[in-house]
Design a binder for this molecule. Sequence first.
Ligand SMILES: [Zn+2]
Length: 56
Amino acid sequence: MDDCPRCGSALERLELGEVETIACGRCGFADVPVDHESDRPRLESWRDALERFYER
Ligand SMILES: [Zn+2]
């Protein structure tokens, strides 16, 4: 498992439906492999994805 590039703690593996990604539960860093259409920062895309997931 990789370490967070921001704070150096261990990244956690998360699943959002069919999407899988890694994220840091400590500083909020997330590696989001989707949302190519968005110009927003990755963290914002990740939050949007989380919100959509939990709204279901
Ligand atoms: Zn971190």
